[in-house]
Design a protein around this ligand. Structure first.
Ligand code: NAD
Length: 254
């Protein structure tokens, strides 16, 4: 069986590190992102033949189905789907608008549900099982300050992961999640900037608010997360489903 992986939000950050790692592990890789240029650069940086960029807004169900169809048409198979795309705005509870709620839940929760649906459709049509891997967060395990929307969506991802692990097991599909801690990506620098600004402090102070409880005493590299996703994408995790693996340097113990 050809190994083919779709990684959403793989134009930068954690998704890009996952795409690179899965390519190294022998997967043909589809980089799905709504930032077309970033997706194309990422795919070009991997391979001319075994990587492809597809523009998609994961909050739009039809977009997601069309993007998955393109990937299966190009590579002829699909074995792993990583629903990684996500938004992480800082939202002190009193500031949350209906529009923000719809946007963040649309991407972080909707994007995961549409990705699971499209994966199930293709695995079934291809006549084999597969692995679905969703992005939660340590903020989806314990509530984090000023992240009502974000933490809420990441708790939801753990719930969806557990339910769909039960629902899809009969089709030979495992569903797991990864929960990163504080990863050095554009998203995290942006959150740290806004938390610092809200407190009248600088970015470094903002980052330290998240970093101070890390047992391993260092921030996470995107590759730390990609290593665990590689495990969830490979045969060593065949007997693991419904789980959320914390990859946070020991911020939360569960
Ligand atoms: P990032 O913002 O650096 O990258 C996210 C990528 O997703 C970008 O390329 C962006 O264009 C894409 N994207 C955003 N919305 C999209 C949409 N609607 N459709 C398609 N693509 C979209 O983020 P990151 O830090 O690499 O985070 C990746 C995932 O890991 C997210 O789900 C995030 O919540 C989760 N996470 C990150 C951290 C961290 O510390 N950075 C911690 C815990 C969890």
């Amino acid at each position: 069986m050809t190994k083919v992986a779709i990684v959403t939000g793989a134009g930068q950050g954690i998704g890009l590190a996952i795409a690179k790692r899965l390519y190294k592990d022998g997967f043909k890789v589809a980089i799905l992102d709504y930032n077309t240029q970033a997706a194309q650069d990422a795919a070009a940086g991997l391979s001319e033949t075994d990587a492809v960029a597809v523009t998609v807004d994961v909050s739009k169900r039809d977009d997601v189905f069309t993007a998955f169809d393109k990937v299966v048409e190009k590579f002829g198979d699909l074995t792993v789907v990583v629903n990684n795309a996500g938004l992480g705005p800082t939202t002190p509870v009193e500031t949350i608008t209906e529009e923000q709620f719809k946007q963040v839940y649309g991407v972080n929760v909707g994007g995961v549900i549409w990705g699971i649906q499209a994966a199930q459709k293709h695995f079934k049509a291809l006549g084999h099982g597969g692995k679905i891997i969703n992005a939660s967060s340590q903020a989806g395990v314990v509530g984090n300050p000023e992240l009502t929307l974000y933490s809420g969506t990441k708790f939801a991802v753990r719930g969806i992961t557990q339910v769909t692990a039960r629902d899809l097991a009969k089709d030979g599909i495992t569903v797991n999640a990864f929960a990163p801690g504080i990863v050095k990506t554009p998203m995290m620098y942006d959150i740290a900037h806004r938390v610092g600004k809200n407190a009248g402090k600088d970015d470094e102070w903002g980052m330290q608010q998240f970093a101070k409880d890390i047992t391993l005493q260092r921030l996470s590299e995107p590759e730390d997360v990609a290593n665990v996703v590689a495990f969830l994408a490979g045969p060593d995790s065949d007997y693991v489903t419904g789980q959320t693996l914390l990859v946070d340097g020991g911020m939360q113990f569960h």
